[in-house]
Design a protein around this ligand. Structure first.
Ligand code: NAD
Length: 348
């Protein structure tokens, strides 16, 4: 077996504990070497569960450990800039949780530092690691659904007012549903379409709850190659009501996925290939359900993310989401907020 990259973790809360750490344990080319969190109880529980003795409450203590080569940062968004810069200045590789930063200005500083330092660095846009999405990308590239004209990505959940929750405050989260879940939707559409955004229009607000960040974001992204993308992300639609739809429509058919935009690496994808010769004035439709089911091998998307990033470090490969790519997503999010505020389209 090949060498294992020694990983340090900064912030071992929700996503790290629920998804990344359990997956990392089983990744052949990675090992968890040290963990830092501000909460001593979290550290105690994790050191017991994973038998890790190198635990720290200060970032610099973890970064001073010469064994640690790569750091996964999964802290609340307001700490991303400070911690990302510290990791980069310490000369370690960096996998930073999404979104890259609170805003365009902070994101630019991280990107510029990463470019100057030159080590392997990227953002954890985990949807790109879903095997269903990779298959959809190949199908789109093969041309089976023709030229892409319209798309939709949806991610919703029920997230009521919670006293003191960092995600519900502008100063700690940067924004609400759009920042938290919209970043995934924007990223996966850019990836599937291999395209960039030309202009956006957003209708974003807090319609149901009383926190200061948005609980609703309904957005239009007009892509440079011409397709229109719809993104709907909400904190005020119950989890069971939303199926995480991902719909790609082209001139020869469609790819319709549900439940793939999520954390469990599951969901279904259907392919529809349609005859487009002539014009049917009767507008007759074939009643054959959702289409042809697209099979794919299920895998742990968080494990795949760590495995690919570790391989990129070892072999000097490019990472799946570069900081420049994630920077573009931050700019799109900022443009959407501006558009919603000014009630007009904003060009990137
Ligand atoms: N890719 C995904 O699927 C996904 C899912 C959820 C969250 N996230 C991202 O992960 C990050 C964390 O979200 P979460 O849901 O795990 O949050 P969380 O609140 O569940 O956990 C945050 C952890 O950070 C610790 N912490 C707080 N301040 C810290 C500091 N200054 N230094 C170090 N640790 C600190 C807390 O003690 C806690 O353990 C965010 O950037 C979020 O957008 C990604």
């Amino acid at each position: 077996m090949g060498r294992k990259v020694n990983w340090g973790i900064i912030a071992a809360g929700g996503i790290a504990r629920r998804r990344t750490l359990p997956a990392m344990k089983d990744v052949p080319n990675a090992v968890i070497t040290g963990i830092m969190d501000k909460n001593q109880n979290v550290l105690d529980e994790i050191s017991e569960e994973y038998k890790i003795t190198d635990t720290y409450t200060e970032e610099q203590e973890l970064l001073n450990n010469p064994q640690i080569e790569a750091v996964y940062v999964a802290s609340p968004v307001c700490f991303h800039k400070k911690q990302a810069l510290e990791v980069l200045h310490a000369g370690k590789s960096l996998l930073l949780e999404k979104p890259l930063a609170m805003n365009e200005e902070d994101a630019r500083e991280i990107v510029q530092t990463a470019l100057k330092k030159g080590q392997t660095a990227g953002v954890a846009m985990v949807m790109k690691h879903h095997p269903a999405h990779r298959k959809m990308k190949k199908l789109i590239e093969s041309g089976v659904i023709g030229d892409i004209v319209s798309c939709r990505a949806q991610l919703n959940c029920w997230f009521p007012d919670m006293e003191g929750n960092w995600r519900q405050k502008k100063a700690t989260a940067g924004g609400g549903a759009l920042v938290d879940m919209g970043s995934h939707c924007i990223d996966i559409l850019k990836y599937l379409l291999d395209d960039h955004v030309e202009w956006v229009f957003g209708d974003i607000g807090t319609r149901t709850f009383s926190y200061e960040v948005d609980d609703s974001a309904d957005c239009i992204l007009h892509m440079k190659k011409g397709a229109t993308c719809y993104i709907d992300v909400h904190f005020n639609i119950p989890d069971e009501a939303a199926k995480g739809m991902l719909e790609i429509y082209g001139t020869k058919g469609s790819l319709l996925a549900s439940g793939t935009i999520g954390q469990d690496g599951q969901g279904e994808v259907y392919l529809n290939q349609c005859a487009t010769e002539g014009y049917d004035s009767n507008q007759k439709r074939k009643e054959d359900g959702l289409g042809q089911k697209v099979d794919y091998e299920r895998e742990n998307i968080y494990g795949r993310q760590i495995e690919e990033f570790s391989k990129a470090i070892e072999e000097g490969l490019t990472v799946s989401t570069s900081f420049e790519d994630a920077f573009e997503t931050v700019k799109i999010i900022d443009a959407l907020y501006k558009s919603s505020k000014e009630k007009k389209a904003v060009y990137l």
